[in-house]
Design a protein around this ligand. Structure first.
Ligand code: AMP
Length: 138
């Protein structure tokens, strides 16, 4: 399937490349949620993280780690969020596996906000939940 990242990879749409090898491309996110916000993606098309073969996923994460290290060193970032949205329900808007590398800065984080609120777990059977998921891991 042809998506905007496939077209960037083919060179049909311009991008700000920050890393490229035979299998992986990293570009600045057009939205720059924070300064240095980067997207790391496989050149081969896979729709999302869960559908990506392990060896390809490892290559993408390796590059994401190295970019995070570089951004900590040169941008004065004090932290990094590594994020991959998987599926529309999780906010994925481009159906081509990519990892967001989002540098974080105390007091000047631009448009970034991530809030995880605790739910009431009193109605949940947590041992059963843990077992249900655990049994399905392949
Ligand atoms: P997601 O919502 O997790 O699928 O992330 C898709 C990201 O792609 C968003 O953060 C967009 O800002 C970014 N994006 C969309 N089009 C482009 C483009 N042409 N160049 C760079 N980043 C883009």
């Amino acid at each position: 399937m042809e998506d905007i990242f496939c077209r960037i990879i083919k060179g049909e749409i311009p991008s700000q490349k920050i890393y490229e090898d035979d299998d992986v491309l990293a570009i600045l996110d057009i939205s720059q949620t924070t300064r240095g916000h980067t997207l790391v993606m496989p050149k081969e098309h896979y729709p999302n993280f869960l559908a990506t073969p392990q060896d390809v996923m490892h290559k993408v994460l390796d590059v994401a780690q190295r970019i995070g290290q570089a951004e900590m060193a040169v941008l004065g970032a004090q932290g990094i969020n590594i994020l991959t949205n998987t599926g529309e329900a999780a906010g994925q808007s481009v159906p081509h596996f990519h990892v967001h590398v989002i540098p974080r800065y105390f007091g000047k984080d631009g448009g970034f906000s991530l809030t995880m609120k605790s739910q009431d777990t009193s109605g949940m059977n947590l041992p059963l939940l843990a077992q249900t998921i655990s049994k399905e891991i392949k």
